[in-house]
Design a protein around this ligand. Structure first.
Ligand code: FES
Ligand SMILES: [Fe+2]
Length: 460
């Protein structure tokens, strides 16, 4: 269990300041100090400076449809309970009793009227309000201010296409403003069907001895690794042309470290339009509110992979449920949950359109976990190489020699004809999106205490 020792408030430690400055100056030369992937000072600061002020995904509304439904989730390393209350609202509550602090909820999910603390029995309703305590009159008489002793609540909670995000800072901008142009891409991915998408099952979760940033950085723009790390997927006919898959990759940069990879999979044939959804599903899509440039992108080169800073990533890719089957797109959402320096939990949800019948949902789930999930063919490739990065970050030799990682691929200019949101690049090389991830990381790590999280196009 990681022991959290926060950076003292009122300023950054000198160690941290020096380290972030070094990352910033290194990045100007296309270099990254490898130590940031497994560093105690960095990790402690990330928990407050990044997870304490950005909007963090906690649940999808389809996971808590009924009053009293709840799931236990994470914001950074804090456990939170996400509840649906009797008014239909969603609450994000810190899972620590206000009496002596122990955890009040030990279930991953369920339905409850109250959460009763296992230590002395203080009880809270699903809005987190103090609802009673054993021997109340004898113990407290009328001295306890019940309104003041409810569970801590995330001050900002909002959802987009059912994806619930929470923000622990009151200073950070509201969710849609914070996301900026990314909203248009989310509309194009999740807003195509009036009934939306639903989580087909609870998230699979497993521990990986890799830093959370390795997953987030990879999904924000690394198509370069696919032809090597995932070569076995090509050998088993899982995807048509794995060696060339980075050649058909494009980059969509929405600023503020929110970015997507688009793949021109229609080069594999016309059936791959709209991620290869079958015509009977595409017919149900409503494109009328989708940005016109994105509409054309969906047809030809749909966004397949992406990251919303800090640790929310998306994946929709056509793949067969078994080699030889017709490819069908599955949608996975993943969270790179920090656990300790160089250690994360990977949480993997499979999603399907809510209108799909049960058999399609099950098939989509099976196809999704076949590729991604603890036993998924791609996931095993990725997590194996990311674990090596954490080891490099821990390497005494690397530390002694102050070894830097290489972010210097040649770059093309953005497409001047792109009319959609953000900047579009007709080629994925350049590691521009990965640099964007680190620029945002630097911005949050060096911002003053109580500063809001950055919004798109805010100056450094
Ligand atoms: S710690 Fe929860 S009731 Fe005492
Ligand atoms: Fe990968």
């Amino acid at each position: 269990m990681y022991k959290f020792d926060p950076i003292p408030s009122g300023g950054q430690s000198n160690d941290l300041k020096a380290l972030v400055t070094r990352v910033d100056q290194s990045l100007d030369q296309g270099l990254l100090p490898v130590g940031v992937f497994c560093d105690d000072t960095v990790f402690r600061a990330e928990m407050t400076r990044i997870f304490g002020r950005t909007w963090v995904f906690v649940a999808h509304e389809s996971e808590i449809p009924q009053p009293g439904d709840f799931v236990q989730r994470k914001i950074g390393i804090d456990s939170v309970i996400v509840t649906r209350d009797t008014d239909g609202g969603v609450n994000v509550l810190l899972n620590h009793c206000r009496h002596r602090g122990t955890e009040v909820c030990h279930e991953d999910q369920g339905n409850a009227k109250h959460f009763k603390c296992p230590y002395h029995g203080w009880t809270y309703n699903v809005k987190g309000e103090f609802a009673g305590a054993p021997h109340y009159n004898e113990a407290y008489g009328n001295t306890l201010d019940k309104k003041a002793w409810g569970l801590k609540r995330a001050p900002q909670v909002d959802s987009i296409h059912g994806f619930v995000f929470a923000c622990l800072s009151t200073e950070t901008a509201p969710l849609r403003e914070y996301l900026g142009d990314t909203v248009k891409v989310l509309d194009a991915i999740f807003g195509l069907h009036p009934q939306g998408m639903r989580a087909v099952a609870p998230p699979e979760r497993f521990q990986v001895r890799a830093d959370w940033k390795s997953g987030a950085e990879n999904f924000c723009g690394d198509a370069y690794h696919v032809s090597t790390a995932h070569v076995s997927a090509g050998l088993s006919d899982f995807i048509p042309d794995v060696r060339q898959v980075s050649v058909i990759a494009r980059a969509l940069d929405l600023d503020n470290a929110n970015s997507f990879i688009a793949h021109e999979i229609t080069q594999w044939g016309p059936m791959f339009e709209h991620w290869a959804y079958p015509p009977e599903i595409v017919e149900q899509f409503d494109f009328s509110n989708i940005d016109p440039a994105l509409r054309e992108l969906l047809r030809k080169s749909p966004p397949t992979i992406g990251t919303i800073f800090p640790n929310f990533s998306y994946l929709r890719f056509p793949q067969p449920c078994a080699p030889g089957d017709r490819p069908f797109p599955f949608t996975s959402i993943r969270m790179w949950q920090p656990v300790a320096p160089g250690v994360m939990e990977l949480w993997n949800w499979q999603f399907e359109w809510a209108c799909a019948d049960e058999a399609t949902q099950q098939e989509s789930y099976a196809g999704g976990v076949f590729g991604f999930g603890s036993g998924g063919i791609f996931e095993q490739d990725d997590t194996a190489v990311w674990e090596g990065i954490a080891k490099a970050a821990n390497s005494p030799w690397n530390h002694t020699d102050n070894v830097m990682l290489h972010y210097q691929q040649q770059r093309v200019d953005s497409d001047p004809d792109w009319k959609g949101p953000g900047k579009f690049y007709n080629n994925i090389y350049g590691e521009r999106l990965q640099e964007g991830f680190w620029r945002r990381w630097i911005k949050e790590m060096s911002a003053p205490d109580n500063a809001p999280a950055a919004t798109p196009h805010t100056d450094a």
